[in-house]
Design a protein around this ligand. Structure first.
Ligand SMILES: *Cc1c(COP(=O)(O)O)cnc(C)c1O
Length: 442
């Protein structure tokens, strides 16, 4: 465990290893050798893109040091230019690596910036990706619209069914990629089991030919799940969601082995998806220190809302990892755990309305959304998740509207399916608004 230094009293070291994750996220490395501001209680926001170098020799050293952390270490960095690195991002990255139980973190301008960053680092022309059938929409289009142009092929397979996976892995496979819980139906994928499969294939493979497991942990947040503990090589996040928590800034991060930090920094430098200092500062100052409080409240709200929905006669199915009736409940109990090992089933609920046929189910979903948008104080019709307000979305009409109802069903997306991203409200208000909407449309 790293120690916490006090800049103004050199050599006075506070051992932070005895403190809990919650406390750590408040204090972090906010006093850091990276930046001399030891009398600020809150880290200041870096406002300069460029840094004075004092001498050509110092400049040369800075350029040599960049993306060369193994040789040079990063205790006292020479900052040059924001896209190479600056203190706010460094401070945030230390905390993000710590909370995800990874060795290093590199931030990006958005979740998609981070996702294209990790694929950009791991894959080249001719390589292949194996991905779960249902993915975040832009990840899906990155893999299926853009990467074929670079001769990178993606094979989609249901990773909840372990049997078929080995058949789609080839010598060219470089990445197994998935979200768990997945968007929007909250499928849970067994990270340990995927790791065993990857290990089997990786035996005897060179580092450059290895298969890496990359998990998008945005839905769970590290509060509910740390995939690296179960064998994932890399974790990606949209900081725009639960980690940022307030819906004010976009951001992304890749967390993984220290060995890859330099390459990730190079990818970020040259592809240019750099996290802004203001966004880094917001996540560091507001998002992380309040994460445990926000997610705890969202989980307790989600439990109550899911239990209410489950007993409603007009609702066909409720997917929430915390419900005993959920298909993946037992698996969720094994991998969605908070820092103290308690079951932490997250803040997203997916539920579906009944109807006499597919068109009616879809129409019921659409009408519920429209009624909620106008009449429910606590249900905001909007994409995104992990924010202070509860957000409601209808995949069949919005994110997945191009698919006919039958095709939606084939993909496991119910035409009447609704995604609820639970916020911090009083749960009784959420339930009474849902009740009001259901009554009005049925
Ligand atoms: C939002 C989201 C992303 C993309 O993140 P941005 O910050 O919007 O680029 C990726 N994966 C999941 C699961 C998301 O919810």
């Amino acid at each position: 465990m790293d120690a916490k230094y006090k800049n103004d009293e050199k050599n006075v070291v506070v051992d932070d290893s005895k403190y809990s994750m919650e406390t750590h996220l408040i204090y972090g490395k906010n006093e850091s050798v990276k930046w001399d501001y030891s009398h600020h209680v809150v880290a200041p926001m870096s406002t300069s893109v460029i840094f004075r170098l004092d001498s050509v020799e110092r400049g040369a050293e800075g350029f040599q040091e960049f993306a060369n952390t193994e040789t040079f270490g990063n205790n006292d960095p020479i900052y040059i230019y924001d896209r190479f690195g600056e203190p706010n991002k460094d401070l945030l990255e230390e905390n993000l690596a710590y909370i995800e139980k990874g060795e290093t973190a590199v931030t990006f301008s958005s979740g998609m910036g981070a996702i294209s960053g990790i694929f950009g680092m791991l894959c080249k022309s001719g390589d292949e990706i194996v991905a779960h059938t249902s993915l975040y929409g832009c990840t899906y289009s990155l893999l299926n619209l853009w990467y074929p142009r670079y001769n990178i092929k993606t094979t989609a397979i249901d990773l909840t069914i372990l049997d078929g996976i080995e058949k789609v892995i080839t010598p060219k496979t470089r990445v197994i990629y998935f979200e768990t819980p997945s968007n929007p139906t909250l499928d849970i994928i067994d990270i340990r089991a995927i790791k065993l499969i990857a290990d089997k294939f990786n035996e005897g493979r060179k580092e450059s030919e290895k298969i890496f497991i990359v998990v998008d942990n945005t839905f769970a947040t590290p509060y509910c799940q740390r995939p690296i503990e179960f064998g994932a090589d890399f974790v990606v996040h949209s900081l725009t969601k639960g980690l940022g928590g307030f819906g004010t800034d976009m951001g992304g991060v890749v967390i993984g082995p220290k060995h890859y930090r330099d390459l990730l920094l190079m990818v970020r430098k040259d592809f240019g998806a750099v996290l802004g200092t203001k966004a880094a500062w917001s996540v560091l100052t507001y998002g992380l220190p309040t994460l445990h409080l926000r997610i705890q409240r969202q989980i307790s709200n989600a439990y109550k809302v899911a239990q209410y929905l489950e007993t409603h006669p007009s609702i066909e199915v409720v997917n929430y990892p915390g419900l005993k009736s959920f298909k993946f409940h037992e698996l969720a109990k094994k991998q969605m755990l908070d820092f103290d090992g308690n079951f932490a089933p997250g803040s997203l609920i997916y539920f579906a309305l009944k109807g006499k046929d597919y068109p009616e189910m879809k129409d019921n979903g659409r009408r519920l959304m429209n009624y909620a948008a106008k009449n429910a104080y606590t249900l905001t019709l909007a994409v995104s998740l992990g924010h202070t307000r509860t957000l409601i979305e209808h995949p069949a009409s919005m994110t997945h509207s191009a698919m006919p109802a039958e095709k939606l069903m084939e993909a496991g997306i119910h035409p009447g399916g609704i995604r609820l991203a639970i916020g911090l409200e009083n749960p009784n208000d959420l339930i009474s608004d849902l009740e009001k909407c259901l009554k009005a449309i049925l």
